[in-house]
Design a protein around this ligand. Structure first.
Ligand code: SAM
Length: 260
């Protein structure tokens, strides 16, 4: 069997089913509008970037993968000129960037920080963020809060069973269905998911099937608090969802932190 490719080499598959966390676009757009200028790390195909610019903010974005960046450029080209003018996107690494200026708001939406598996990489990213924040500026990071039941189930003997993770209808009426299998490494706090996307025509006949993978690190609440402190950042608040939910086990971690 051939090894699945990385999901970020296929932005069209990413866009089909990676619709973010409920409420995240409105949440980040509101913050960006208030801040007027925002730096977004790991912009992907511009899912949050473009709405923040539509809300009136000047958005600087950094994204590692050229295909994701090209897809963002394409989405942006469909926007009104005033929105396009408010966005500047760079290919770069959130672990090592130096833009030579500071921002009143830096955001890392939709678990992108969880792609940093190694503690040195996580610290390098947070230190770069700290150095790019204005004195009163805020860094807002969204992670999922590790759900112990879900994590434990991926260690169970039948853990290789695949589960349906999404379904979408394409413009031509075809349906794409995705199933995922998960492999976990609890010692290093990460899991890898292989997603199999299969497209069916209107008659239910399979048209194509493609496998893509990604790896995510999970973070405990207090681990994050300690890491922020080590990186010269202090916690202003921790929320549990984008619709005002309090922090709770297995929900979201939405951190707002500032420079010490
Ligand atoms: C879950 S997607 C989020 C994309 C977008 N922010 C959204 O909300 O849809 C994670 C993104 O992080 C990017 N990424 C992963 N590691 C990165 C790094 N070291 N520096 C910059 N971007 C990175 C990936 O290429 C991918 O586009």
């Amino acid at each position: 069997m051939t090894e699945p490719e990385d999901i970020y080499d296929s932005p069209e598959l990413y866009d089909m089913l990676s619709t973010g966390v409920p409420g995240d676009v409105a949440y980040f757009s509101k913050l960006a509008k208030q801040a007027k200028r925002v730096l977004e790390l790991a912009t992907g195909t511009g899912r949050v970037t473009i709405p923040m610019a539509r809300a009136g903010a000047k958005v600087t974005g950094i994204e590692l993968r050229d295909k994701m960046l090209a897809a963002a450029d394409e989405h942006l080209s469909a926007e009104k000129p005033e929105v396009r003018q408010r966005v500047e996107l760079f290919q770069g690494d959130m672990r090592a960037f130096d833009l030579g200026k500071t921002f009143p708001l830096i955001v890392i939406p939709f678990r992108a920080f969880q792609h940093l598996i190694d503690v040195r990489d996580q610290r390098a990213c947070l230190e770069c963020c700290r150095d790019h924040l204005t004195r009163q500026g805020s860094l807002v990071i969204n992670l999922f809060d590790p759900n112990l039941k879900i994590l434990a189930s991926s260690l169970a003997p039948n853990a290789t069973a695949s589960r349906k993770v999404g379904e979408v209808e394409l413009k031509g009426g075809e349906r794409v269905v995705a199933f995922a299998t998960r492999t976990s490494c609890p010692e290093e706090q990460w899991f890898e998911e292989d997603w199999v996307y299969e497209c069916f025509d209107k008659g239910g006949r399979s048209q194509w099937r493609r496998s893509r993978k990604f790896r995510l690190r999970w973070f405990g609440r207090y681990e994050m608090e300690h890491m922020f402190e080590l990186c010269g950042l202090e916690v202003e608040k921790l929320e549990g969802g984008f619709k005002g939910q309090a922090y709770h086990h297995g929900g979201e971690q939405i951190w707002t932190v500032r420079r010490v």
